[in-house]
Design a protein around this ligand. Structure first.
Ligand SMILES: [Zn+2]
Length: 243
């Protein structure tokens, strides 16, 4: 150990430690920019493994993993109605909606509610499969239509969803990062993949130098050809690979 790279590493560790003391690692909301910066500095990936960093920048925090970007859910409920001019008929313009956009706040508010009280709440949500859920569909219930005021709230929600996804760019960037992370293509390296039927996957790309001799290697996996027979094996101890 020693030299400029070791110095850089300890400097980075010191910065990470200081940020953790300041609470950047458990910042709320947990996918704010501070939490992302902290995670980028605290995770050690090779410079060419930029996919991991791109996923941290564009993903949505899901229990400590940077999963696909997902727009937050809005929960809403009708509060006391307003009265229509003259007839006093009850109406529900947007100002009579109680809208909650934060998961923790919603859970705290509805903690001890019985089923009847819970039924007053409806939600707008985009599921992991990019399906729009409205009304009680968030809880697996049926959809019985919307008032025109709810439609106005839905329009606002859909605008937020598009903005959250940076008008399509964010999901695309995340997909590039995920792809690069899986393939881990190291620049200026051999890059050969095991041939089909040889027992290896085509996303193993050899990380050794160009025009190297002997077996190809990617992470713990090694593959090659001996007397015309293709083979591949894992150099890591067996017990690390038990599923
Ligand atoms: Zn190779």
């Amino acid at each position: 150990m020693g030299g400029p790279s070791a110095h850089k590493r300890t400097l980075r560790r010191r910065v990470v430690k200081r940020l953790r003391k300041r609470g950047w690692s458990y910042e709320t909301p947990n996918d704010g920019i501070r939490h992302r910066i902290y995670d980028i500095l605290a995770s050690y990936h090779a410079w060419w493994d930029w996919g991991h960093y791109l996923m941290i920048l564009t993903g949505t925090d899901f229990c400590g993993n940077w999963a696909e970007p997902e727009a937050p859910t809005w929960w809403y409920k009708l509060e006391a109605p307003k009265r229509m001019f003259k007839t006093r008929y009850p109406i529900h313009p947007l100002s009579t909606f109680k809208v909650i956009k934060n998961y923790d706040a919603f859970m705290a508010l509805t903690e001890d509610l019985n089923e009847d009280k819970m039924y007053e709440w409806q939600a707008f949500n985009v599921s992991q499969d990019r399906e729009l859920q409205v009304g009680h569909m968030y809880w697996g219930g049926r959809f019985f239509g919307m008032t025109r005021w709810e439609v106005r709230l839905l329009v606002k929600y859909l605008r937020m969803v598009r903005r959250h996804d940076w008008y399509g760019l964010r999901t695309w960037l995340y997909a590039q990062g995920l792809h690069a992370t899986v393939y881990k293509k190291k620049p200026f390296s051999c890059g050969a993949a095991p041939e089909p039927g040889s027992g290896g996957y085509d996303h193993w790309l050899c990380q050794l130098k160009k025009r190297h001799k002997g077996e190809h290697k990617c992470g713990n996996y090694v593959w090659g050809e001996l007397d015309g027979v293709k083979y591949s094996y894992n150099v890591a101890p067996e017990d690390e690979n038990v599923a």
